[in-house]
Design a protein around this ligand. Structure first.
Ligand code: GLA
Length: 396
């Protein structure tokens, strides 16, 4: 392009500099993983310490048979309690009774079914359940995981008194890199050390809060806190509002649909935390949980390649909100959230969603129905503790 005579040369070079400087994310010490929020399953929410080879194998099979794999779920992650000791050589030892065939054979089993395998450790001296932690053994552990075929590691923060989180998690990043195997680094220090500031250059996801529990209040508390850190999320590095509780029995179907819709719009990792074997049952509860966890239209919002975390765009008393997420095709996903315990009507204002133009098409992502073309807003009845989720596409 020939410089236009009326643009001073220094301005032109400035423009060129800005245009050619790589975006911030490309400057990060990126491992190239988790370009969209990781999807999978983690044992903790439902099974706590009751983990075993058998559970992992059956869960892997259920992930395939239930349609979860087809819907995009990939990682099968064993949380705390799989480890019992360190050998004389410093290597971590898996519980020989619960994991008799060892972790490598288990990882093979998962891989042979087209899925990925994850483990849990702790940056401190012990895990939260008192098992051996990785402190001082980061490099040894990274090499062991790589040898076993691990693809994802959640690193907790119990028993870490006096340690510097940013420094300790960076050690894992380096150790994983040196191991020669691609492993997602899931940082779990509960938002105690502002991980949204250093998480993006250190790991692929970081917890924003303490542990979720299977109650509506917990979903709302975590939502409000995680929402503040939207600017830190993007391809390869995500805020983690914790694993899903969908299907664990403590909330109503409306609450679970809202929970899933909100995690989708937050661009949160979608790690199922229920008993996947239960999804295969031929009953109403199983059908409902399966319908929520495998809703492809909602998952597509979460997995959108732009990787933007959605934000609160409207907030009306009593406790009525609209959350919106920009998608790569220029449309917006919106969650009309009724936090209150009475039914209500919520109106999503297209201007507030960032939609320009005279009208927009609306599709309901739970009912799987095109609702038509609307001028400036869309109004829906929303059940108590519930959500309506729509995709709004500018018409013409
Ligand atoms: C912490 C983490 C949980 C889980 C448990 C395991 O509480 O935040 O997600 O990993 O430890 O002990």
């Amino acid at each position: 392009m020939k410089p236009r005579p009326w643009i001073p040369a220094f301005l032109l070079s400035l423009t060129l500099l800005v245009a050619t400087t790589p975006p911030v994310s490309a400057q990060r010490s990126d491992n190239g993983l988790a370009r969209t929020p990781p999807m999978g399953w983690n044992s903790w929410n439902h099974f706590a310490c009751d983990v075993s080879s058998r559970l992992v194998r059956e869960t892997t099979d259920a992930m395939v048979a239930s349609g979860m794999k087809d819907a995009g779920y990939r990682y099968v992650v064993i949380d705390d309690c799989w480890q019992v000791a360190r050998g004389a050589d410093g290597r971590i030892v898996a519980d020989p009774e619960r994991f008799p065939e060892g972790m490598q054979a288990l990882a093979d089993y998962v891989h042979e079914r087209g899925l990925l395998f994850g483990l849990y450790t702790d940056a401190g001296r012990q895990t939260c359940q008192g098992r051996p932690g990785s402190y001082g053994y980061e490099a040894v552990d990274a090499r062991t995981y790589a040898e076993w075929g691990v693809d994802y590691v959640k690193v907790d923060w119990c028993h870490s008194e006096g340690l510097d989180a940013r420094e300790r998690y960076a050690l894992f990043r380096e150790a994983f890199r040196d191991s020669g195997r691609d492993m997602v680094l899931s940082i779990c220090e509960w938002g105690n050390n502002e991980p949204w500031l250093w998480g993006p250059e250190t790991g692929n996801l970081w917890r924003t809060t303490g542990d979720i529990f299977d109650r509506w209040e917990s979903v709302l508390t975590i939502l409000d806190r995680t929402a503040q850190y939207w600017a830190s999320a993007g391809p390869g590095h995500w805020n983690d509002p914790d694993m899903l509780e969908v299907g664990n029995g403590g909330m109503s179907d409306d609450e679970y649909r809202a929970h899933f819709s909100l995690w989708a719009v937050l661009a949160a990792p979608l790690m199922a935390g229920n008993d996947l074997r239960g999804l295969l049952a031929d009953d109403e509860a199983a059908r409902s949980t399966r319908g929520i966890l495998t809703n492809r239209e909602v998952i597509a919002v979460n997995q959108d390649s732009l990787g933007v975390q959605g934000r609160l765009v409207q907030n009306y008393p009593p406790e009525l909100q609209v959350w919106a997420k920009l998608l790569s095709d220029g449309s917006r996903a919106a969650v009309l959230l009724n936090r209150a315990s009475v039914p209500s009507t919520i109106t999503a204002d297209f201007g507030r969603l960032g939609i320009r133009g005279d009208s927009a098409r609306v599709r309901d992502l739970w009912v799987h129905e095109d609702k038509g073309t609307f001028g400036e807003r869309y109004e829906a009845a929303v059940p108590p503790h519930g959500a309506v989720m729509i995709r709004v596409t500018p018409a013409g």
